[in-house]
Design a protein around this ligand. Structure first.
Ligand code: ADP
Ligand code: MG
Length: 345
């Protein structure tokens, strides 16, 4: 039967995002552990019902690269979406926690500028391949674009499975949430920022930014970091509500164009960042050459270049990207086993 609020027991907070919060729950009748996403929406009952109908598409999704759905229901004033729980969390929390374990004292002097990322490039490669599989499935089998590719929407479990969540099945949900939150993201492609047609190529751009972030261990634009302190409005912890909410990392010594000083904190407003994305050359993946192996790094950099063409017509599609050499599994002696790696986390 359909999932009911009264059948769920809260176990832990999994995180807070722009659109709501996610809680680890147990579905008592079945004993299944789930992730319950709570979205505060501003919509009439008729629109809420439409949202539920649209969310039903998630039920029909069946792919190893897409988080499965157990159902959605209304719990005034929220909509709750129950999905598969991924016990290693999202790639943003994974790379941030790896970064935290790394003690500065254990680093070799002069390696601070090293571009070796906290997520090994071999893992980034395998994750990229699965994200492409997920994008192709959503687009070709479900007829939907993802629309929100970013590290926090790419999840991992201890089976070594990588799956996408939070894809754009419900236009009405997006509309209703957009009333409360500025519907903008730092992973947006230049054409989307400019209000042009959204296509699968826009998801590919977001993938390119995501891959750089994972491989470098930081967000790729202008040493910026999204401020995650609660907003004054007291509604939702949203980095995108405030116009000047992108803060550069304090430890950063490099100075980038468009970054200004405000009381000791370097800030780049979300608007400045949007202008930067539209006007400046795209970022690139920088990885060191690894001797005695295939030129892994070169292949990775080429792949990311193809994701980050500013003109969407020049940007490769997910199927074209799958055909690139970086996506070939054969002959990769230094490949890490995804499942074994996941279990070290
Ligand atoms: P965002 O994706 O913007 O961070 P969300 O509200 O979508 O915000 O998610 C908050 C956090 O909850 C995510 O960063 C992720 O770490 C965690 N999360 C979301 N869905 C799941 C899931 N199915 N399994 C485990 N963790 C999840
Ligand atoms: Mg999310």
């Amino acid at each position: 039967g359909p999932i009911q609020e009264s059948d769920l027991q809260n176990l832990a907070e999994l995180g807070m995002g722009n659109g709501g919060s996610v809680v680890k729950v147990e579905h008592i009748p079945s004993g299944v552990i789930m992730a319950k996403k709570i979205v505060l929406i501003d919509a009439k009952p008729s629109v809420r019902k439409q949202i539920l109908r649209e969310l039903h598409i998630m039920h029909r999704c069946s792919s190893p690269y897409i988080v499965s759905s157990f159902g959605a229901y209304i719990s005034e004033p929220n909509i709750c979406i129950c999905m598969e729980y991924m016990n290693k969390g999202s790639f943003d929390s994974i790379y941030k926690s790896i970064g935290r374990h790394e003690q500065p004292s254990t680093r070799i002097q002069g390696t601070e500028e090293s571009t070796e990322g906290p997520i090994p490039i071999s893992i980034v490669r395998q994750a990229a391949k699965r994200v492409l599989g997920g994008l192709i499935y959503l687009y070709e089998a479900m007829g939907v674009l993802h629309r929100d590719i970013k590290p926090s929407n790419i999840l991992l479990n201890s089976e070594g499975q990588v799956k996408l969540c939070d894809f754009g099945v419900s236009g009405e949900l997006e509309n209703s949430v957009a009333k409360t939150f500025v519907g903008t993201s730092v992973y947006m492609s230049p054409e989307r920022i400019q209000g042009s047609d959204y296509s699968i190529k826009s998801d590919v751009w977001s993938l390119g930014i995501t891959l750089i972030e994972l491989a470098h261990g930081c967000f790729p634009f202008a040493d910026t970091e999204v401020d995650e302190s609660p907003s004054d409005s007291g509604t939702i912890n949203s980095a995108l509500l405030s116009p000047a909410s992108i803060h550069t990392k304090r430890r950063s010594r490099r100075r980038s164009k468009g970054v200004s000083e405000h009381g000791g904190v370097n800030t780049l407003s979300i608007l400045e960042l949007m202008h930067h994305i539209v006007r400046e050359p795209p970022p690139a993946l920088i990885t060191p050459f690894i001797p005695h192996s295939k030129d892994f790094a070169g292949e990775a950099a080429q792949f990311v270049d193809q994701c980050l063409k500013k003109n969407p017509n020049e940007r490769k599609s997910p199927r074209e990207l799958l055909a690139m050499s970086w996506m070939e599994d054969e002959g990769r002696e230094d490949e890490l086993d995804l499942k074994m790696w996941a279990r070290t986390l």
